[in-house]
Ligand binder design. Structure first.
Ligand code: TXA
Ligand code: MG
Length: 302
């Protein structure tokens, strides 16, 4: 087995990206598998390493709003307001792309997903490379997203040139995705920044609708191998999990902590041969909404 190179050397990571290599990038949401957007071979390698269909678009990570604006041909006022309120942070904006974005990134779409991460190591790397970085979550296709360097190593072995170790992700679920190419804007994926917060900034926001919206969301990001049963109360969770090879994951009392730990907990269930994870859902408030979304998808095997 190839032993992957893991460390905290941001200069080395920047050099590898410049040379067309792949680097696992820590962010506040989950770890990404990054390539420079001006390296078509590296972009194609992301898809082969992940086992991801090539028409499945990638998120482009930028150092700031100015760099984001070079990637789009329109910068509508919701994009201006949302980026100035929530960037750097766990928010991805869909915008009409400019000629600076290669087809490999967007799967041929005329839109591009852009996000400015707040993780200090991601920020320093982006400042050093000076090229936007395309990065999907650094898991193999169909596995849950990685939230620490060890998860990336477990999933990708030596198929990544360097794993930048930035500790455990502080949020633990993927970014909120907002489509700014429609009026009103649409929330395509819930995350730590809620639809209510988005609405307060842009006036109104709609939930995702229409078949084209769903097409990018088909990847089963959230499914572990064990069976998931989702319940609404701790009592029910305790009752259903009191069986051999069952495990209780109770997210109700502390949803922020539970979000940080969910993917690690699910990976541990698989490693330890758990047959069924019984998950007590959080209340549908704040991060609880994103957490419920990921847990329900895992329960549906979606
Ligand atoms: O928190 C995150 O967003 C993490 C970190 C690494 O930044 N990234 C992440 O990437 O979750 P990924 O590839 O696992 O999920 C990206 C999602 C996919 O559902 C994809 O379909 C959607 O973003 N997406 C990308 N470009 C799009 C576009 N132009 N239009 C609609 N959806 C798009
Ligand atoms: Mg993913």
């Amino acid at each position: 087995m190839n032993v992957p190179d893991v460390g905290t050397d941001v200069d080395k990571a920047a050099g590898i990206l410049h040379d067309g290599g792949l680097v696992a990038l820590p962010t506040e949401t989950v770890y990404g598998l990054a390539a420079a957007i001006d390296r078509p071979d590296a972009l194609r390698r992301i898809f082969s390493v992940k086992g991801r269909p090539i028409d499945h678009p990638l998120i482009v990570h930028v150092v700031d709003v100015n760099q984001a604006r070079t990637l789009c041909c329109e910068w509508p006022s919701p994009a201006e307001r949302l980026s100035s309120t929530f960037w750097p942070g766990p928010l991805t904006l869909i915008l009409r792309r400019s000629g600076a974005v290669p087809d490999e990134v967007t799967g041929g779409r005329d839109t591009v997903a852009i996000r400015c991460p707040s993780h200090p190591m991601a920020q320093s790397l982006l400042r050093l490379v000076r090229t936007p970085l395309a990065a999907p979550s650094a898991n193999r296709f169909g596995r849950v997203s990685p939230t620490c360097a060890q998860h990336v190593v477990d999933d990708l072995d030596g198929d990544v040139d360097y794993v930048l170790d930035g500790d455990s992700s502080s949020i633990g679920v993927e970014s909120t995705i907002v489509d700014c190419t429609v009026e009103p804007v649409q929330v395509l994926r819930p995350g730590a920044i809620t639809a209510d917060q988005i609405e307060r900034v842009v006036g109104s926001a709609a939930p995702a609708s229409g078949p084209s919206r769903a097409s990018g969301m088909l990847e089963s990001h959230y499914a572990p191998r064990c069976k998931i049963i989702a319940v609404e109360s701790s009592e029910e969770g305790e009752r259903l999990s009191a069986k051999p090879r069952h495990r209780l994951i109770d997210t109700r009392t502390s949803p922020d902590d539970a979000a940080r730990r969910l993917y690690a907990d699910l990976r541990r269930c698989d490693q330890e041969g758990v047959e069924t994870a019984v998950i007590v859902l959080p209340e549908p408030l704040g991060i609880g909404l994103a957490l419920r979304d990921r847990i329900m998808k895992a329960a549906a095997g979606a």
